[in-house]
Write a protein that binds this ligand. Structure first.
Ligand SMILES: Cc1cc2nc3c(=O)[nH]c(=O)nc-3n(C[C@H](O)[C@H](O)[C@H](O)COP(=O)(O)OP(=O)(O)OC[C@H]3O[C@@H](n4cnc5c(N)ncnc54)[C@H](O)[C@@H]3O)c2cc1C
Length: 300
């Protein structure tokens, strides 16, 4: 289950609106109040003492966490079985373009001739696109997270608070995973900062005071490719044969399966599938933005 916490009357109204829209789209989603929240997560501080007391929550019972490493390895294994070569440790250093058409990529291990290149490099999208002479409005922001030491299972819901800029869940290994939203500055730095740890830990304790004596074990950062409307960029570019899948920002992992299918269809049929047509790069020059800022906040 997934709980998006509401700490103000306005947030409760928004939770109701979101539940209505979700149900209209066939998604199991409803607003619940502290008595039911307490049953789902007895460790939550549901008193009036915190600065931002919990008034309600948007509850999505089937919500869950994907084992990202298992998924990525499964994709790699199946791709390998189907004859795909994954060239590990091979850095693209240039993209060859002749007469407005892609002819190959340059790498640190030699050149590869090809008429089709898909840029799917998340935080490095603007760099790779620039190699092909394609400008994107993508900016790269760090996103950090940390895990605690392993605890016995106590948390089987995902907690999200946009007010406190924090999400919390417990992994299969027992670690409590805690994250936040993107850093407000652009950077390619992937280390962890004390600012982030202090603020995010303090906000987590507002929700789960029992974590106060738990040790932090690991912290890290990744790069998020953020577009002006927080929607991804998928499809063709002005350079023939050079395709983009990027701009997913903080929420691209869950989109991976449908991205794979639609981008493969695009390459095979040389026609943009209807589903991804609104996400073309040219929408930024045509002012046809697809605003997804609500999807891109702390609730990845
Ligand atoms: C802390 C954190 C938490 C997140 N939480 C969530 C979440 O809860 N849910 C969700 O859906 N998403 C989440 N995301 C976002 C998600 O991880 C990304 O959107 C997703 O991984 C993007 O997938 P991708 O395959 O496009 O790129 P990536 O998985 O980033 O892979 C890009 C690859 O390209 C490689 N590359 C870059 N430059 C070059 C080059 N020049 N030559 C060769 N290779 C290159 C990189 O090394 C990398 O391996 C999170 C991200 C972070 C950092």
């Amino acid at each position: 289950g997934h709980l998006t916490l509401a700490h103000a009357e306005r947030a409760v109204i928004v939770a109701h609106e979101r539940a209505e829209v979700n149900r209209l789209l066939g998604v199991d989603s409803r607003v619940i109040y502290p008595d039911e929240i307490a049953k789902l997560c007895p460790e939550l501080d549901l008193s009036n003492h915190p600065d931002f007391p919990i008034m309600a929550a948007l509850y999505h019972p089937p919500g869950g966490v994907i084992r990202h490493d298992a998924v990525v390895w499964a994709y790699a294994r199946m791709a390998d079985r189907l004859g795909v070569h994954v060239h590990q440790g091979t850095e693209v250093t240039g993209v060859n373009v002749q007469g407005g058409r892609v002819t190959g990529v340059r790498t640190n291990r030699g050149d590869i001739q090809t008429g089709t290149v898909i840029s799917a490099v998340a935080g490095w999208t603007s760099e790779i696109c620039r190699m092909a002479g394609v400008e994107t409005p993508i900016v790269t922001h760090p996103l950090q997270a940390f895990v605690t030491e392993a605890l016995k299972p106590f948390l089987d819901v995902i907690l999200v608070s946009a007010t406190l800029h924090v999400y919390i869940s417990q992994t299969d290994r027992g670690e409590v995973l805690i994250g936040s939203e993107i850093e407000p500055y652009t950077s390619y730095a992937q280390d962890s900062t004390l600012d982030f740890l202090e603020v995010t830990a303090a906000h987590s304790l507002e929700l789960l005071p029992a974590l106060g004596r738990v040790k932090l074990m690991r912290a890290w950062g990744g790069l998020c490719d953020v577009t002006p409307d927080y929607s991804p960029i998928m499809g063709l570019t002005d350079v023939e044969g050079f395709l983009i899948d990027g701009g997913w920002g903080t929420y691209g992992f869950k989109a991976t399966p449908i991205v794979g299918v639609t981008m493969a269809d695009l390459v095979n049929d040389n026609q943009v599938p209807d589903l991804i047509a609104p996400f073309a790069l040219e929408r930024f020059w045509k002012r046809e933005l697809v605003s997804e800022i609500a999807a891109a906040a702390v609730s990845h």
